[in-house]
Write a protein that binds this ligand. Structure first.
Ligand code: ACO
Length: 317
């Protein structure tokens, strides 16, 4: 590792891609499946629609999102040295989704390539991990993907959970830079609030204590915002976008209300996608890039999920 690389603590995003399944699942569709209503779901969660895989899966969504990012960036894909897929709903136990993306996109075999499991916190953990690995890599680029098919892990007869989740993927291609970058991460070692059994278990579907997760999420994201602002010496007024994991609009509003006047900086697209777990933050990043509002901005990103895990990144992108 050269000394010059050590100075590069930050990241520069070259391009972002996203992929959604072809079929959507609206609140009206769910009304036909469980005892619920469009009004109840929208009022309690802010969700109207989400996507659900039919022919797609975690691997194909991840590859499609990554392909878009690589094509937009114009880089030589052979120069990607690190590839991480954050997912908890992979098609196979092994091989990893990352290995399948490497094959599908014909990337170099000289690549550090693996999946990372940290539920909805996974994408931000993966960005941070890839950034660390890139500092010791001979190749300049990292590809970090959040890809999920939560619909595989949800019981569509359980109205408490099936209304919340959607499938999708987002991919970010970046290199190191000397821009500002701060991060925090926490884990509480809690299984009760959010849990799915492993191979051979009878608990095949997501078990959740919604109220407990709600309370935890608000506190967790408030803590992350406070710590990142303290670390960076910035005020929230200096942050262009606050990107929270999109789990419930009311969770995000509970956090944003603590910052009167700055609520519009808290990005929200949950209405269209539901909670896509590790894919939610990169899908937001792809939407911001599409309208030219990503590169050159300062973003505070914060995620939380099973574990209970949570964390965040404050970075100039
Ligand atoms: N339609 C109609 N009624 C419903 C539905 C539904 N889909 N779901 C629950 N209800 C009922 C309940 O049965 C309950 O009825 P009761 O009072 O007769 O018992 C009533 O509505 C109120 O239920 P609550 O659980 O109190 O509703 P709440 O306002 O807390 O909203 C929700 C529930 C939306 C799940 C909320 O708690 C939440 O979003 N929590 C966070 C969940 C989350 O973010 N999970 C993902 C974490 S990330 C990861 O790692 C996967």
């Amino acid at each position: 590792m050269g000394c010059m690389m050590n100075k590069q603590k930050g990241i520069r995003i070259l391009a972002v891609g996203r992929a959604l399944p072809g079929k959507s699942l609206s609140n009206r569709d769910l009304e036909k499946m469980v005892d619920t209503s469009d009004d109840w779901i929208y009022e309690r969660t802010g969700i109207r629609n989400r996507y659900r895989c039919s022919i797609e899966d975690v691997n194909t969504l991840a590859a499609a999102a990554a392909k878009e990012a690589i094509e937009k960036s114009g880089i030589d894909p052979g120069e990607i040295g690190v590839l991480i897929v954050a997912t908890s709903s992979g098609k196979y136990v092994f091989p990893s989704a990352a290995a399948m993306v490497q094959k599908e996109l014909g990337l170099s075999e000289r690549i550090l390539c693996f999946d990372l499991s940290a539920a909805c916190s996974g994408f931000l953990y993966a960005i941070n991990a890839a950034r660390g690995l890139l500092r010791d890599s001979k190749k300049p680029y990292a590809l970090v993907i959040g890809s999920e098919q939560l619909s595989r892990l949800v019981d569509y007869t359980d109205r408490n959970t099936c209304i919340l989740f959607g499938d999708g993927a987002g991919a970010v291609l970046f290199r190191l830079s000397e821009k500002e970058f701060y991060h925090v991460s926490f884990t509480e070692g809690n299984k009760e609030a959010l849990y799915i059994g492993g191979i051979g278990s009878d608990i095949r579907y997501l078990q959740m204590n919604g109220r407990e997760v709600f309370r935890f999420a608000v506190k967790a994201m408030e803590r992350v915002i406070e710590e990142l602002l303290m670390q960076s010496g910035k005020r929230l007024e200096e942050i262009d976008h606050v990107i929270c994991h999109q789990a419930n609009a009311r969770i995000i509003q509970s956090v944003s209300r603590k910052h009167p006047g700055l609520e519009p900086r808290f990005y929200m697209n949950i209405e269209r996608y539901g909670n896509t777990s590790a894919a939610s933050i990169p899908i937001v990043l792809s939407e911001l890039e599409e309208v030219g509002r990503l590169q050159g901005t300062t973003c505070l990103m914060t995620g939380f999920g099973a574990g209970l895990s949570y964390g965040g990144i404050l970075a100039e992108l």
